[in-house]
Design a protein around this ligand. Structure first.
Ligand SMILES: Nc1ncnc2c1ncn2[C@@H]1O[C@H](COP(=O)(O)OP(=O)(O)OP(=O)(O)O)[C@@H](O)[C@H]1O
Length: 280
């Protein structure tokens, strides 16, 4: 009897599982984005209209809704164009930038030292470290440098009133590709209203790509890291170095562990021990 049921319905079980995974993945991809509210709004309207039509059987409204649904097929890719573009880019990319060899380890150490030095001197800075998704469009908004990264260079670039200090620095494959770049400023509503443009730009650039943004506050010298639009603020030197190692030093054996940890914002915030000030 039991076996009969299992052999009859195992396909349904797999189908439900696939649907549940797909819906969960769509929810995760959208929940931290601008499109999330539109999506929730659309679903609420759709459910309300369907219930109304079932209840009262309005013929004309039913006809209109059916026609509107056809329009929606064309409207949805336009409304969610940025989210879809990011999701496809992430899907089609592979992790090319992982710190595994000696020179990469050296870079990470120099980078962390530079950030700590900027923090101690309270020099405001914003870095975007490219991973799989190209940051070329943002590089083009700034001044191309194509230089080796060094503490002196970062200090010079971000030193107040110098021509390149305004904007963000893009780092790609251990090189400073551009400085004074304009990143997209996140339009999301943030729990902490005191978050300024530098931090918003870090949230924006990590919402639109898989890069890691590192911010030094000019006001307080606090160091923050932003990934996938989630800001981890006021890390302090030790926590900052630990988080950078967590993010970039996932070697081949535990790369999977490192990546999956990154993709879970809750785990990330918990591991940093800091508040996530950005509301979903
Ligand atoms: N779209 C942007 N892309 C890159 N950098 C930006 C962008 N908008 C502002 N900035 C940088 O942020 C600086 C202004 O920072 P603001 O004081 O508003 O931010 P903040 O997040 O409060 O940072 P801080 O704690 O350093 O004051 C600008 O001088 C500029 O260098």
């Amino acid at each position: 009897m039991v076996w009969e049921n299992v052999s009859k319905h195992w396909r349904d079980g797999i189908e439900i599982l696939i649907l549940a995974i797909a819906i969960y993945q769509i929810f995760r991809a959208f929940r931290a984005t601008r499109g999330a509210r539109i999506l929730v709004g659309l679903v609420v309207i759709l459910v309300a209209i369907t219930l109304l039509l079932r209840l009262f059987e309005f013929a004309v409204i039913s006809w209109l809704v059916t026609r509107a649904a056809i329009l929606l097929v064309f409207a949805v890719p336009i409304i969610f164009q940025p989210e879809l573009r990011n999701a496809l880019a992430k899907l089609g990319s592979s992790r090319l930038f992982s710190f595994s060899n000696k020179s990469q380890l050296d870079f990470l150490e120099i980078f962390e030292d530079s950030v700590v030095a900027l923090s101690k001197k309270r020099i405001g800075a914003l870095f975007a470290i490219e991973r799989d998704i190209t940051l070329k469009p943002f590089e083009e908004t700034g001044v191309m440098l194509n230089a080796d990264f060094s503490p002196e260079l970062s200090m010079t670039v971000f030193f107040p009133k110098t021509p390149l200090h305004d904007g963000g620095m893009v780092i790609s494959n251990k090189k400073v590709t551009a400085a004074a770049c304009v990143f997209p400023v996140s339009q999301r509503e943030l729990a902490d209203r005191s978050i300024g443009l530098r931090h918003r730009a870090a949230i924006g650039v990590t919402e639109e790509s898989d890069c890691v943004a590192v911010i030094v506050s000019e006001e307080t010298g606090a160091i923050s890291i932003c990934i996938d639009g989630h800001l981890e603020r006021n890390l302090g030197e030790e926590k900052f170095r630990k988080r950078m190692a967590d993010i970039f030093l996932a070697n081949d054996d535990n790369n999977e562990k490192g990546v999956s940890k990154e993709s879970d914002p809750e785990a990330r915030v918990a591991s940093s021990g800091d508040r996530d000030l950005v509301s979903d």
